[in-house]
Design a protein around this ligand. Structure first.
Ligand code: SAH
Length: 252
């Protein structure tokens, strides 16, 4: 019997943000694999095997999922947000590329999820209403010089920039370096959104400017969105602010 491996996006937090197709894929699996924090969010059914692992072991987890699926099991590999955005789907294809024989008889599927930048944008308005890009600030898998170059060029091209993995305990300084680079080609009044733990009980969102951004606390559960020159803030009533980027752009 052919095995099945479905790489499933759980969205950024709440159950209501998990698609029915993702839910069905998890329910149908014999074994569910994932980072411990994500699998803890699931309600396993009787007989279902759950394998939790450390966050840093992504390739090993992908290889294990592929090995179980090639033995004929139905495996769900869960990932936060969307599995294709800085996450497990790419790790699985790295494993497939490394060992194509292991994947020959496996039916691989990907179930998308709500990625953090979309959840964060939805909370504050429509900052991604015009052209944007996403950059991970983690230098675990790429040199910092590459990140600097991409930041500079994205800022120069006036993209709205979503920054994933902006800071961790091991690298608290990098986000400040990133703001310094962006400041070389963006105005100090450029809007910056800090979206923390979106969809969780301790969710918070702050809007500031590039000039002030270095003073704002930021951690692994934060998604940062740096506006373009056109991104603006509108005030509605006493307390409500919205941030949006208009759909049209003028000539540069
Ligand atoms: N696959 C995930 C991203 C993994 S990278 C997705 O599609 O969302 C991990 C980074 O995503 C975190 O460092 C943070 O920048 C962002 N992130 C994930 N969940 C988040 C949440 N609930 N609120 C804010 N940012 C989040």
């Amino acid at each position: 019997m052919n095995g099945q491996l479905t790489i499933v996006g759980l969205g950024p937090g709440p159950e209501a943000w998990i698609t029915p197709a993702a839910d069905a894929a998890i329910a149908a699996a014999d074994t569910v694999l994932g980072y411990s924090q994500y699998v803890q969010r699931l309600k396993p059914r009787v007989g279902q095997i759950i394998e939790a692992s450390d966050n840093r072991e992504e390739l090993a987890r992908a290889e294990r999922a592929l090995a179980l699926a090639s033995s004929g099991m139905h495996v769900a590999l869960v990932s936060g947000g969307d599995p294709g955005v800085f996450a497990m789907a790419a790790a699985v294809f790295e494993a497939v590329e490394k060992n194509p024989d292991a994947a020959r008889d496996v039916d691989i599927r990907i179930e998308p999820g709500v990625t953090a930048m979309l959840a964060a944008a939805a909370r504050i308005g429509a900052p991604l209403g015009h052209d944007f890009c996403a950059i991970s600030l983690s230098d675990n898998l790429k040199p910092w010089a590459t990140i600097e170059r991409r930041l500079r060029l994205a800022a120069e091209a006036d993209f709205v920039i979503a920054l994933y993995n902006p800071a961790s305990k091991a690298r608290p300084e990098q986000i400040r370096n990133a703001f310094a680079i962006l400041s070389t080609c963006r105005a100090p009044e450029t809007l910056v959104i800090f979206a923390r733990a979106i969809g969780r009980s301790d969710e918070s969102i702050d809007v500031t400017t590039l000039a002030e951004a270095a003073d704002v606390a930021c951690d692994m559960r934060t998604l940062v969105i740096v506006g373009s020159a056109a991104t603006r803030m509108i005030h509605c009533g006493e307390n409500r602010i919205w941030v949006y980027t208009p759909r049209s752009a003028r000539d540069d």
